[in-house]
Design a protein around this ligand. Structure first.
Ligand SMILES: [Zn+2]
Length: 67
């Protein structure tokens, strides 16, 4: 399904790995990199967001980063 313009990831772990890779590549050249992962209700997959995670999502996010 491609209801969204964003890249769909099948699970938050895959999305987190993709985000780390993007952040790694663009750390020097782009100030705006993905910072969090969220579940999309429209396409039922996961997307990257450049907004900082908050609350519970933030804790999950930090854990995803450390594994
Ligand atoms: Zn979506």
């Amino acid at each position: 399904m491609s209801l969204c313009t964003k890249i769909p990831y099948s699970n938050p772990r895959v999305a987190a790995m993709a985000m780390v890779a993007i952040a790694d590549k663009t750390a020097d050249t782009r100030p705006k990199v993905p910072r969090s992962v969220y579940h999309c209700a429209r396409c039922h997959s996961w997307h990257l967001s450049s907004q900082k995670p908050k609350g519970v999502a933030s804790r999950r996010w930090t854990m995803a980063f450390r594994t």
